[in-house]
Design a protein around this ligand. Structure first.
Ligand SMILES: Nc1nc2c(ncn2[C@@H]2O[C@H](COP(=O)(O)OP(=O)(O)O)[C@@H](O)[C@H]2O)c(=O)[nH]1
Ligand SMILES: [Mg+2]
Length: 301
C-alpha cells in the first residue's frame, strides 16, 4: 500500500482521494488494509444522525438536479458532502458523467467547492461486488471527514438496490403519475424508503402520484415515511426536502429489508472474492462437484 498516498488523501488532497477511491474500486487496495495502517481515523463515534444516504429512482426523474439543489443548501450550512454517482451503464468518461457535470452546478461555486466532493463510479467495470465496493468508498470518505455521503443510484436491478441498502438511509425519487399506480416492482424499492420525493411537481400528476404512494404505504407497506413534493426545476419544495433529509430518521420498517440486502451483498462478496472461486467454477463446469458442496467450500473461508 502506498502509505503516502493514503496520508495525502486523509489530509484532504483531492487527487489522492480520487486515487484511493480508484484503488478501492479496482480492488488493488483493501479497506481493511487502510484500517490496519490508520486505525485512528476509523473511530466508531456514536452518531446521532446518518452519514450515508442513497438517493435512488428511475433514470430521468430528476435525481441529479435535486441533488444539486440539496448540495447548494447543505454547503450554505457548512456541511461537507460527498456525492458518489453510480452509473451502471456508462464507462467513466461516458456521456452520463458529462450530463451529470452539467446538472451538478454546486461544485462550480467558489464559495462551496471545498465542501463538495463528486465522483462517479461505473460499476459495470468493477470485477468485485459492486455494493461492497461502494460501501468501502463510503466508509473511507466518512473516515476522512466527509460528514455526509450521498449515493445517487438508479433504483432498478439487484445490484443497484443493494448499493442503496448499504447506506444508513434511503430516499426514493419518483416522478408524476403515469397512470399505472404503484406496481409490485416499485413496491419492493418503496419498502426500503426512509423518505419519498415526488419530483417534477410543476408537471400535472405529481400530487396524484404522491397520493398513490401514500395509499400504498397505508395499504400494506407499513408506516408511512415522509413524502415530499418538489420541483428541482423551479426550486419548489427544495428547502423542505433538504431539511427533512438532513434529519432523516431510520424507519424501523425498512431495517429488516435493508439487512436482507446487506447480508446478500456480503454473501456475494464472499463468493466473488474467494481464492477458491476459480477452482470451484472449474470443478462445477466439468461436473466434478455439486452446487451444494461448492457452497460449502466457499463458506469455509
Ligand atoms: N419539469 C421538470 N423537469 C425536471 C425537474 N427536475 C429535473 N428535470 C429534468 O429531468 C431531466 C432528468 O434530470 P436528471 O436530474 O438528470 O435525472 P436523473 O437521471 O434522475 O439524475 C432533465 O432534463 C431535467 O432538466 C423538475 O422538477 N421539473
Ligand atoms: Mg443522474
Amino acid at each position: 500500500m502506498d502509505l503516502q498516498l493514503v496520508t495525502d488523501a486523509i489530509q484532504g488532497d483531492r487527487r489522492s482521494i480520487a486515487r484511493v477511491l480508484s484503488s478501492l474500486e479496482n480492488r488493488t487496495l483493501n479497506l481493511s488494509d487502510i484500517k490496519d495502517e490508520f486505525p485512528s481515523i476509523f473511530t466508531d463515534s456514536v452518531q446521532d444522525t446518518w452519514s450515508s444516504l442513497a438517493i435512488t429512482g428511475a433514470p430521468g426523474v430528476g435525481k441529479s438536479c435535486l441533488i444539486d439543489k440539496i448540495l447548494i443548501d447543505w454547503s450554505s450550512k457548512g456541511i461537507k458532502t460527498a456525492l458518489l454517482a453510480i452509473d451502471p451503464s456508462s464507462p467513466r468518461t461516458g456521456g452520463a458523467l458529462l450530463g451529470d457535470r452539467v446538472r451538478i452546478t454546486a461544485i462550480d461555486n467558489e464559495q462551496y467547492k471545498d465542501l463538495i466532493y463528486i465522483r462517479s463510479i461505473a460499476t459495470r467495470k468493477s470485477s468485485g461486488s459492486a455494493p461492497l465496493i461502494v460501501s468501502d468508498m463510503v466508509e473511507f470518505l466518512s473516515a476522512i471527514g466527509w460528514e455526509r455521503v450521498i449515493i445517487e443510484t438508479v433504483g432498478s436491478g439487484q445490484s443497484e438496490v443493494r448499493c442503496a441498502a448499504i447506506t444508513d438511509r434511503i430516499v426514493v425519487v419518483e416522478g408524476p403519475a403515469r397512470g399505472d399506480g404503484v406496481q409490485a416492482e416499485k413496491a419492493g424499492l418503496l419498502e426500503l424508503a426512509d423518505a419519498v420525493i415526488v419530483n417534477k411537481s410543476d408537471i400535472s400528476g405529481a400530487s396524484q402520484h404522491a397520493g398513490e404512494i401514500k395509499e400504498s404505504f397505508e395499504l400494506g407497506l407499513g408506516q408511512t415515511p415522509p413524502i415530499i413534493l418538489t420541483s428541482a426545476l423551479l426550486g419548489e419544495g427544495i428547502e423542505e426536502a433538504s431539511s427533512v433529509l438532513l434529519e432523516l430518521e431510520d424507519t424501523g420498517r425498512s431495517k429488516k429489508a435493508k439487512w436482507r440486502e446487506r447480508l446478500l451483498a456480503h454473501h456475494e462478496r464472499k463468493i466473488l472474492e474467494s481464492d477458491k472461486l476459480d477452482e470451484i467454477l472449474h470443478n462445477l463446469a466439468i461436473g466434478s462437484t455439486s452446487v451444494e458442496s461448492a457452497l460449502k467450500q466457499l463458506g469455509e473461508d
